[in-house]
Design a protein around this ligand. Sequence first.
Ligand code: ADP
Length: 429
Amino acid sequence: MVALPLPVPVDSLAFVLVFWTVSQQIFSLMRNKGFIPSNYVTERDRIEANLWYCKNITRTEAEQLLRQEDKEGGFVVRESSQKGVYTVSVYTKTLSANGDIKHYQIKINETGQFFLAEKHTFNSIPDVIHYHEHNAAGLVTRLRYAVGPMGRCVPPTSGFSSEKWDINPSELTFMKELGSGQFGLVRLGKWRAQQKVAIKAIREGAMYEEDFIEEAKVMMRLCHLKLVQLYGVCLQQRPLLIVAEFMENGCLLNFLRQRGGTLKEAWLLSMCQDVCEGMEYLEAQSFIHRDLAARNCLVNEHNVVKVCDFGMTRYVLDNQYTSSSGAKFPVKWSPPEVLHFSKYSSKSDVWSFGVVMWEIYSEGRTPFENRSNSEVVSDITRGVRLYRPHRASQPLYSVMYLCWHEKAQGRPSFSELLEEIRKLAENPD
Ligand code: ADP
C-alpha cells in the first residue's frame, strides 16, 4: 500500500523538515529563474484580500486568537517567520477537550503549484484554502471557520482591500449609544445583522472629512491584535459614519476608575503590555499616534486593551484641541518638544505611553491633578516629572520614568520598552 502524503504539523522535528523542504523548493525556483517566482509576488496580493488572512501575527498570537474564539475548525492563515512562506493555524477539540492548535505550512512544488496535501495542488493559496474548507484531506479537521484579524467574522472590507472600504449603510443597524467624543456620537450597531460593530457618526463641522477619507485607506491596513480595527467608512451619506471593532468594556480610563482597587498587579502590567504591543506595531509602521492616553484606549470583552483613535487628531477641526495653547490640548500627555515646537514622533508617543502607564498604576487618576496646563508646561520644562503612583513598584516606575527623558532621542523605543515590560512580567518581584 502506498502511504498517503499527509500534511505535516509544524511541530518539533517535522517543523525543521518542512521548513527546510520549502526553502529548498523556493531557492531551487529562484536558482532556475534567477529571481523570486512571480507567482509568489502576486500571491501576496491575492491572499491579503481574504477574511482568513491575518497580517502581522505571530504563531503565539494566532494561538491566542484561535483559543479566544474556541471554535472547532477555526483557522487563520499567516505569514510564517520565514518571509514569503504562509502557515495555516487550525484549532480543534478532537484531540483533547482543552483544544489543540496545529500549524501547517503551505508548500510549493517544482511546477509552482501550492499545496497542504501533496495530492491536491492548486494555482493559488486561496484555492488551497477553498479546497480544505470542504476537505480535511489529512489536516486534523477541515477549515471550517475563518477567524478574522480581530477574531470573529469581520466585515470583508477590514484592513485588506483599498477598494472595498466603503461600507453600505443599508447593511448597518443601530443599537444603543456607547458614548460621545470630539467627533460625535458613538453607537453599538450590527453589520449584516450579525457582526457587532461600533459606529461613530461624525458631527458636521467637527472633522476635515476629505483628508480623513484619504488617510482612512491607510489606517484600514493597520491591523494588529492590540489596535482597535477600523473596518470602513460610509462615504455616501452625511453624517459620515466610521465603523470600527466593538469593544465591550469601553474606554480604559473609565474601566480603571470603576474597578480601582480590584485589579491585580499582574493585570495592571498586562494592560501596559497590551498598549505597548499596539504601539510597537505603530512604531514599526512609522505611524505616529499623537494622542495616546488611557481615554483613547478601549477594553474588549476578554479585558484585552487596544489602542484606538491613532492619528485622528490631524482631522480635528477645533483649535482648542489642536493648538498646544488650547484648553483641550493634551498637555499632560505631551513631551517638551511637542509643547514648544509641535514636533511629533514615535518618541513623543513614548512620552505619552509613560503617562498611560502612570494612569494605569494610579487606577485612572488625572496626571498633575491640581495643576493647570500652563503650570504643567513650566513644570515639565524645569524637569519636574510625575510621582510614583501608589500601585507601581520601584522597577516599574523606573520603566515609565525612562519615557520622560527630556530629549526624544534619550527615550527608549516601544520595542525596547516591550522587552522591559516582558522582563517585569517574568520576574514580578
Ligand atoms: P472621539 O474620537 O469622537 O473623541 P471616542 O473615540 O473618544 O470619540 O469615543 C467616545 C466614547 O465612545 C468612548 O469613550 C467610548 O466609551 C465609546 N466608544 C468609542 N469607540 C468605541 C468602540 N470601538 N467600542 C466601544 N465603545 C466605543
